[in-house]
Design a protein around this ligand. Sequence first.
Ligand SMILES: NC(=O)c1ccc[n+]([C@@H]2O[C@H](COP(=O)([O-])OP(=O)(O)OC[C@H]3O[C@@H](n4cnc5c(N)ncnc54)[C@H](O)[C@@H]3O)[C@@H](O)[C@H]2O)c1
Ligand SMILES: [Zn+2]
Ligand SMILES: [Zn+2]
Length: 366
Amino acid sequence: MTTARVLTEAGARTVEAPLELIELSGDLVRVRLTASGVCHSDLHVAAGEWTAPLPMVLGHEGAGIVEAVGPDVSTLRPGDHVALSWYAQCGRCRQCRQGRAWLCTGTESTSHLLPDGRTSLSDAQGAPVHAFLGLGTFADATVVPESAAVAIPADVPAGVAALIGCAVTTGVGAVLNTARVRPGDSTVVIGCGGVGQAILLGLALVGADPIVAVDLSQERLEHARSLGATHLLRGDDPDLAAHVASITGGGADHAFEAIGRAETVALLPTLVGRGGQAVLVGMPAEGVRAGIDPFDLADAGKAVLGCNYGSSVPAVDFPRIARLYRSGSLPLDALIGVTRTLDDVDAALGDLRNAVGLRTILDLTA
Ligand SMILES: NC(=O)c1ccc[n+]([C@@H]2O[C@H](COP(=O)([O-])OP(=O)(O)OC[C@H]3O[C@@H](n4cnc5c(N)ncnc54)[C@H](O)[C@@H]3O)[C@@H](O)[C@H]2O)c1
Ligand SMILES: [Zn+2]
Ligand SMILES: [Zn+2]
């Protein structure tokens, strides 16, 4: 059994419900959840910007403690502390075999199902309930395939472990894996929410310079400075591209979009200098299209890169990030805002919509 917040209709409040967890078999793992972040991807579904099968338990940025494992599980034992991956790789497809777990074509996570096509959750009448991206962390327990649960040291706080499950791995991975930023490269980040802040920490880690942060919220900009941004610009600055060009000496080597808006996606290549790259991390509402200037891309040798999950392999990158946190190189506590209980999740989604505060952590042990 798990107590969960269930979304039954886009745009409506979630409702609390007791749900049945699927019985363990094969490589399934039952995790007692300790913390969940609230990410804009949850909001995309809650607001109806992404279609999803309802009813659904949202939440995909979570951590917990393994409670029980199926007979085929080999890497985890009860009591292990885990961060959850929202992209459980199949391990068999061409992308997985090439080491690109973040592009797996065999995953059922994006259908919000277990690898065998069943839902992990059902209601009191036995009707299926979907778990967002196969996780459904707005609950006190979940059942996931082994490849979605990665052991991390028990001394990493639950809230930090939860953020490693999405925003941190996405943002730090965008810098280290997708863009491969080098010390001294010039950079700009548009959108300094949870994911953008993790990008900033990644840029500070590798010694990018300058690091230009762009947001509409003064609070977010001030926070960006404390995370290592060297210059702050407003997203509604009509001369944004000119200001970035003057700070970076002709345009950034790497520009990151971490919002998912057509306007800022279209703007991104204009912030990049000759031979630079525009990295798309934000994910727009379904159907959004953004214009580009092909002549400029060709003439200036600019690249546009898509970035799913920070081009990360969770089994490799979660422990790597945990080590960087423990050594003090990635001060991830600085990303955490208020802590709320599970029944406050709608308020947390409201804060996210209004860009109020930092990342909310749900304390699922409360
Ligand atoms: N690529 C991936 O694998 C991946 C993973 C996680 C999240 N995402 C996506 O990343 C995006 C960001 O997620 P988040 O949780 O950080 O969201 P968030 O709501 O915490 O942050 C968005 C930020 O953008 C700012 N913003 C909005 N409009 C702006 C503008 N015109 N100019 C400048 N700043 C502006 C807001 O003030 C806010 O600080 C979402 O689309 C989410 O779905 C992608
Ligand atoms: Zn997320
Ligand atoms: Zn695969």
